[in-house]
Design a protein around this ligand. Structure first.
Ligand code: B12
Ligand code: SF4
Ligand code: SF4
Length: 312
């Protein structure tokens, strides 16, 4: 049995690499004791703003055994999205680089579906479910337990080898695996670059982001008007924000992604400030076909662009 656990673990790691994942690690499916009081405090202080879904399924979010019958392991994956491509017009309202290419939810779901098929074929019948943001799972906590990195003061999961520009996802399975990983130490040290650089003061304390103040929330998740207090503080971001990662010294170790579907669309990078200000529903549909930017919808993106204009 011991041999099988190790062999299954090796097999899954190898297949994950073949599918293009940069990281793959395993952790025992159990209650997230350390995270429980932190998540509770975060919600009590309304740091989730209007993200109602964060209030739901509190118990499930802390225990994967409540999500998948007989769950034994959480397999965490990291998919790199780093690119050095940039929007050509330096005055164009900015989009976070995670959204330059195809919607990662679809890309990762497809890969994990393939991996589950391989597992069932090579290991036997395994009950498992794939998670990419769609359900209550604390991605970063599991990636940390699996030895992929530490959660930095900007609250992103950071790897010493590759920084933080990668997505996280999981397979929760009823299969026992090897979990012999050393937790990665915290390598933030005395650095406070992310806290100092955040234009909306969303990193209210080391390791604590007030989601309701984060530009990513204001431009993507918030359905109402952006509060006036953020006028002049958006640093020209119209979808997401990369500042606390761009300033992080560990992102000097980012490597270019090799996922073809993340190649940025030329139309997107080429749009000038005026093109964005004049964007029509038709152009939006064309430029953002299969893109995560669709989450804001046309009206949301227009709202963001108009809000940035207010502050010129
Ligand atoms: C809600 C959410 C948001 C919200 C809230 C942000 C947040 N920090 O939670 C908003 C909309 C603001 C957001 C923004 C972004 N997000 Co987001 N988001 C999520 C989501 C759906 C849930 C996160 C969550 O559970 N938050 C709840 C709070 C309580 O958790 P937390 O802030 O991480 O707090 C933990 C730590 O701070 C720690 N902690 C708290 N106190 C203390 C004290 C000490 C001493 C210590 C050591 C630790 C500690 O414990 C807490 C609980 O685990 C996840 C996907 C998922 N299912 O996990 C993606 C996710 C975290 N986001 C992601 C990304 C990429 C982003 C953005 C970079 C996107 C962008 N470019 O605009 C920004 C980054 C902003 C930031 N600095 O965090 C990635 C992160 C990948 C990575 N390498 O870490 C994820 C995992 C999505 C994915 N599938 O890849 N996001
Ligand atoms: S993503 Fe931007 S707004 Fe959000 S915490 Fe980081 S620097 Fe601040
Ligand atoms: S910028 Fe500095 S403090 Fe912030 S996450 Fe990176 S290393 Fe940690």
């Amino acid at each position: 049995m011991q041999l099988n656990k190790q062999a299954y673990t090796n097999l899954i790691k190898t297949e994950a690499k073949n599918l293009g994942f940069m990281f793959c690690g395993m952790a025992k499916a159990e209650f997230l004791e350390d995270e429980a009081p932190r998540l509770e405090a975060w919600l009590k202080k309304s740091m989730h703003g209007e993200m109602q879904y964060m209030e739901n399924h509190f118990d499930k979010r802390l225990d994967p055994r409540l999500l998948v019958d007989g769950a034994k392991s959480v397999i965490s994956f990291g998919l790199n999205y780093y690119t050095e491509d940039e929007q050509h017009d330096p005055l164009a309202p900015k989009i976070s680089r995670y959204a330059y290419g195809a919607d990662y939810h679809h890309v990762i779901k497809y890969k994990l579906k393939q991996l589950l098929e391989i597992i069932n074929e090579k290991i036997g019948e395994v009950n498992g479910r794939a998670f990419v943001d769609s359900a209550p799972v604390l991605d970063k906590a599991w990636a940390k337990k699996a030895g992929m990195g530490w959660i930095g003061k900007n609250t992103n999961l950071i790897s010493k080898k590759a920084g933080s520009f990668f997505f996280l996802a999981e397979l929760i399975v009823d299969l026992e695996l090897e979990y012999d990983v050393e937790p990665t130490a915290d390598h933030c040290g005395t650095c406070t670059k992310c806290i100092d650089a955040c234009p909306t003061e969303a990193i209210v304390a080391p390791y604590i982001v007030d989601g309701s103040r984060c530009i990513s929330y204001l431009t993507i998740e918030l359905k109402n008007e952006i509060p006036q207090e953020f006028k002049g503080k958006m640093d020209n971001w119209m979808f997401g924000c990369d500042i606390c990662q761009d300033v992080c010294p560990w992102n000097k170790f980012s490597v270019l992604n090799t996922e073809p579907s993340f190649t940025p669309k030329h139309e997107l990078l080429g749009m000038s400030k005026h093109d964005w200000e004049d964007i029509t529903q038709d152009v939006f549909q064309k430029v953002f076909k299969n893109s995560a930017v669709k989450r804001t919808k046309f009206a949301g993106l227009k709202r963001n662009i108009e809000f940035l204009k207010l502050t010129e």
